[in-house]
Design a binder for this molecule. Structure first.
Ligand code: IMP
Ligand code: MG
Length: 194
């Protein structure tokens, strides 16, 4: 797995430092307010589980899952919900939507709209990585750990064809890895996006 990585962009110490900074910001904003953290699966599982353990404030956790990439190598541009919390767990709540990476912005834009419609009192977004150059819709994250250049990255929850999520750092993939692959079905993200 390591051999497929071209360059490490954020190693484990850098991630720890970034998380502590982000957690301090969240604690400042949410102190004294009840919070519901909603990680978007699968990509945000590692980030969200590290982050909540740095937040010594009362919170509840609800998961949702969606996919923005269909079969094949190019984003469908359409965000499909795979499962969603019971609306009663969102109504009147301060929601912090957590995702692994903000890319075009379609996922967070769609999902935050749906959560507002479900009756949440307040909806904010928190991402581990922000690929600013790739934005296609009008959405900025309220909180982010790191800005990242426009390269396809894996690790710390992020996948290519479902793999590499368990790498403890963020790295870019060697181009041979994805130029050799012809069937990318099942991936959440893909390096050959339009
Ligand atoms: P958006 O809807 O375009 O903002 O896409 C967000 C989703 O695309 C993320 O949750 C990831 O699953 C996927 N994605 C975007 N860029 C990357 C990347 O560089 N590596 C892995 N997945 C990515
Ligand atoms: Mg994802």
């Amino acid at each position: 797995m390591k051999d497929d990585i071209e360059r490490v962009l954020f190693d484990e110490p850098a991630i720890r430092t970034g998380l502590r900074k982000l957690a301090a910001e969240l604690i400042r904003i949410y102190r004294g307010r009840e919070l519901t953290v909603v990680p978007i699966l699968n990509g945000s599982c590692v980030f969200a589980s590290d982050l909540i353990r740095l937040l010594p404030i009362p919170l509840t956790l609800e998961f949702l899952a969606c996919e923005s990439y269909g079969d094949g190598t190019v984003s469908s541009g359409e965000v499909k919900l795979k499962f969603f919390p019971e609306p009663v767990t969102l109504e009147g709540r301060n929601i912090l939507l957590v995702d692994d990476i903000l890319d075009t912005g379609r996922t967070l834009k769609t999902v935050s709209g749906i959560i507002r419609e479900a009756g949440a009192a307040d909806v904010r977004t928190c991402v581990f990585l922000d690929k600013v150059e790739r934005r296609a819709v009008d959405l900025e994250a309220d909180f982010r750990c790191f800005e990242v250049e426009d390269v396809f990255v894996v690790g710390y929850g992020l996948d290519y064809a479902g793999r590499y999520r368990n790498l403890p750092y963020i790295g870019s993939l060697r181009s041979e890895v994805y130029s050799d692959a012809h069937d990318h079905a099942g991936t959440d993200g893909d390096p050959e996006r339009s």
